[in-house]
Ligand binder design. Structure first.
Ligand code: G3P
Length: 217
């Protein structure tokens, strides 16, 4: 399963990229606003921090406008992945862009039927939002299960990119189901490294090591 980080904070991205475990980055207008930086400039910087796909979202709602914005965004770098909303115009844009070899991430997916349409439109990635699904009384992970089943039934190549992840259990469940990618905030990814027994174990080993009076090298 690939790990993308959901942020436009370049310091956080660089930090995670240094682990060698980062496969890509996703952004959205909210994350760009939070970063407080120029959209094109920060996207260009992010594209240099990873070789993997960097999702940059259009804000136009109509097909022509989306294509115009995508044209600007895809010139930033070869690893830019155009993010479009799951609407009729978004999927028209998806079809056109993937037909030209541009990666597309279809976002704001909240049903398996929508995910089926994204696959038919040739999406590179589909982003079901599990956290927001849960927040609204639905079962986010059941949605991922359904999409996996449907994509496997027809051998669709569209990658399931589990988004709106709130905690490690979402990550674990995504892996159990066989999702292709997860995107999570830096804090959630960093949390995956930690375990209280790992920390306790290190503490114990260091205390015992000190008693030996030795040093390595
Ligand atoms: O980038 C899309 C998605 O991950 C947003 O997550 O936490 O705003 O629901 P959230």
């Amino acid at each position: 399963m690939k790990f993308f980080v959901d942020t436009a904070d370049t310091a956080e991205i660089a930090d995670l990229a240094a682990t060698g475990l980062l496969d890509g980055v996703t952004t959205n207008p909210t994350l760009i606003a939070k970063a407080g930086r120029d959209f094109l400039e920060v996207t260009a910087e992010i594209c240099k921090l990873t070789d993997g796909p960097v999702s940059a979202e259009v804000v136009a709602l109509d097909h022509a406008g989306m294509l115009r914005e995508a044209e600007i965004l895809r010139k930033i770098a070869d690893n830019v992945c155009i993010k479009v909303p799951l609407t009729i115009d978004g999927l028209k844009t998806c079809k056109a862009l993937t037909g030209e070899g541009t990666m597309v991430n279809v976002t704001l997916c909240f049903s398996a039927a929508q995910a089926l349409l994204a696959a038919k439109a040739g999406a590179t990635f589909v982003s079901p939002f599990v956290g927001r699904h849960d927040d609204n009384g639905f079962d986010g992970m059941a949605l991922i299960d359904d999409i996996r089943l449907i994509y496997d039934n027809y051998d669709y190549r569209t990658q399931i990119l589990v988004a709106s992840i709130r905690h490690g259990i979402h990550v674990l469940e995504s892996a159990r189901i066989g999702a292709d990618v997860i995107t999570a905030p830096p804090a959630v990814i960093k949390g995956l490294f930690r375990h209280v027994l790992t920390e306790k174990g290190i503490e114990g080993f260091l205390a015992d090591w000190a008693k030996t009076g030795q040093s390595i090298g």
